[in-house]
Design a binder for this molecule. Structure first.
Ligand code: MF3
Ligand code: CO
Length: 269
């Protein structure tokens, strides 16, 4: 399998694409309010991306008609923005966004609660985020790709959640989707050996109920088969000799992560 290793120059462009995407997620996430249509969210996101001199990676990709995937409640991914879909208090809304900076892509997703949401929805969002960071413990040069996958899957499924198998993460760089596929569950193989400079989009999609999903008649929107809530958490990362470089975190998210890691250390003592 041909998994590309990026040059320092390529990585610089991806870092910029990542930093801009982190800011777009922050701004767009903060602007979500009950009463907005998912099309308004898309338009705002597209404006933000263009204001940084970047292109939305998703627009027209394989015919996708928008810049932001907006997936509400039981929608897992690839929700198509619409002026008839209004978000309301209590909803959970996944925003998946790609940014193209000078020919290099970043890809990241976050799930937000609108106003007050049920505790089970909060827990789902937290577990989805947590599963990503469990995977990161295995994301270093010399290890095997599917060890990341297994760690993500084990964390979420041991807590009783449905780990989506029909959609996977991916390599990323000059193309939005590159090799390898990055599953979120244990495979029978251990996957390619990770090398410094490989760039991946790791993206657990986790359901409150069954892991089964179905494609709707618009041919994009994927929903849970049982109608249960679904959350998505994705970052673009660079494999290094040590801990992965996570390109699509805001400063605030980095701070939160450092605190959490400190706490893990003290708890483990
Ligand atoms: N982040 C999504 C993925 O990696 C990209 C959405 S596909 C698009 O699958 F067509 F909407 F761009
Ligand atoms: Co992706």
């Amino acid at each position: 399998m041909k998994v590309s290793v990026k040059s320092p120059q390529e990585l610089e462009k991806m870092r910029t694409a990542g930093k801009i995407l982190a800011e777009v997620h922050q701004l767009l996430g903060d602007s979500l309010e009950a009463g907005m249509s998912t099309l308004e969210i898309d338009r705002l996101g597209e404006e933000m991306i263009r204001s940084y001199g970047c292109e939305p990676s998703f627009l027209h990709y394989m015919g996708y008609p928008a810049s932001v995937c907006v997936s509400v409640n039981d929608e897992v991914v690839h929700g198509i923005p619409s002026d008839r879909r209004i978000i309301k208090e209590g909803d959970i809304v996944s925003l998946d966004i790609g940014v193209n900076f000078q020919g290099y892509h970043s890809d990241a997703a976050r799930t937000h609660g609108i106003g007050k949401i049920p505790q089970e929805a909060k827990d789902l969002i937290e577990v989805t985020r947590g599963s990503f960071f469990q995977g990161m413990r295995f994301a270093s040069a010399g290890r095997r790709l599917h060890d990341i996958s297994a760690a993500i899957g084990a964390y979420a499924s041991s807590r009783g959640y449905g780990v989506v198998r029909d959609l996977v993460g991916h390599g990323i760089g000059a193309h939005l989707h590159e090799e390898p596929e990055v599953p979120n569950f244990r495979k029978f193989t251990r996957g390619v050996r990770l090398r410094e400079g490989m760039t991946l989009a790791v993206e657990p999609m986790i359901n409150l109920g069954s892991r089964k999903v179905v494609w709707t008649e618009d041919e994009w929107t994927v929903v849970t088969e049982d109608g249960s809530l679904s959350a998505h958490y994705e970052n673009t990362i660079v494999i290094t000799a040590g801990r992965p470089e996570i390109l699509t975190l805001t400063e605030e998210e980095r701070r939160r992560l450092r605190l959490w890691e400190e706490k893990q250390k003290t708890d483990g003592r």
